[in-house]
Design a protein around this ligand. Structure first.
Ligand SMILES: CC(C)(COP(=O)(O)OP(=O)(O)OC[C@H]1O[C@@H](n2cnc3c(N)ncnc32)[C@H](O)[C@@H]1OP(=O)(O)O)[C@@H](O)C(=O)NCCC(=O)NCCS
Length: 173
């Protein structure tokens, strides 16, 4: 997938040199209402096995990271090849409520389709209603709930599994 400019944002696939900028971006984004670790999604080393560089899409504004999305395969099983996972999507606070998150979601969906996936899954904390509303608006439906999956700040929080049927998805509702 090549970089594409939309409005003031440019969305492109990440490169290894972006690692430090993404880590700095993460430091200002995540808290325990959005992720089970306040260090970012999954608290995995950037661009390692769990988050390969080729699975990350970056949005920039005047050369600054303002958002990103990460997709991948759910498992390494051949029988599960058609299922992708949206591992993370985040935009800077100043860009929330703009078209940026929608553009990043569009890039993630296009990338999943290019990889032959027919279903895109994600998990989202029950304590993150803004993200849940965003996903529903983009056609994701709740497939299940892991009740009280995380104990965050002394409160048990659900992990909600959502999925988008890429075969029938025609665009944001
Ligand atoms: C999740 C995220 C990418 C969505 O992008 P966004 O620009 O905020 O999304 P939008 O403003 O387009 O949509 C958010 C929706 O939630 C609604 N909303 C906002 N606050 C809400 C709340 N407290 N409760 C319920 N809905 C809420 C908005 O009204 C909007 O719905 P609408 O379009 O039907 O009016 C962005 O909020 C973000 O980066 N959050 C921090 C990182 C994160 O939580 N990522 C997801 C981890 S699973």
């Amino acid at each position: 997938m090549v970089a594409r400019a939309q409005g003031r944002f440019a969305i492109r696939r990440a490169e290894a040199r972006d690692s430090a900028a993404l880590d700095a971006f993460d430091a200002n984004i995540w808290d325990l209402s959005m992720t089970p670790t306040d260090l970012g999604p999954g608290h995995q080393p950037r661009f390692g096995v769990t988050i390969p560089v080729e699975d990350t899409w970056i949005a920039e504004d005047a050369g600054q990271v303002v958002g990103y999305a990460v997709i991948g395969r759910r498992t390494t099983l051949e029988s599960n090849r058609h299922v992708g996972v949206l591992r993370a999507i985040a935009v800077a606070p100043a860009q929330r409520g703009t078209s940026l998150a929608q553009e990043l979601m569009g890039a993630a969906i296009a990338a999943a389709r290019e990889r032959g996936m027919r279903k895109l899954c994600l998990t989202v904390l029950g304590s993150n209603p803004r993200a849940i509303a965003f996903y529903k608006r983009h056609g994701f439906v709740v497939e299940g709930t892991l009740r009280d999956e995380f104990l965050l700040r002394d409160v048990y929080v659900d992990d909600v599994l959502m999925a988008l049927d890429l075969a029938s998805y025609a665009g944001k509702g």
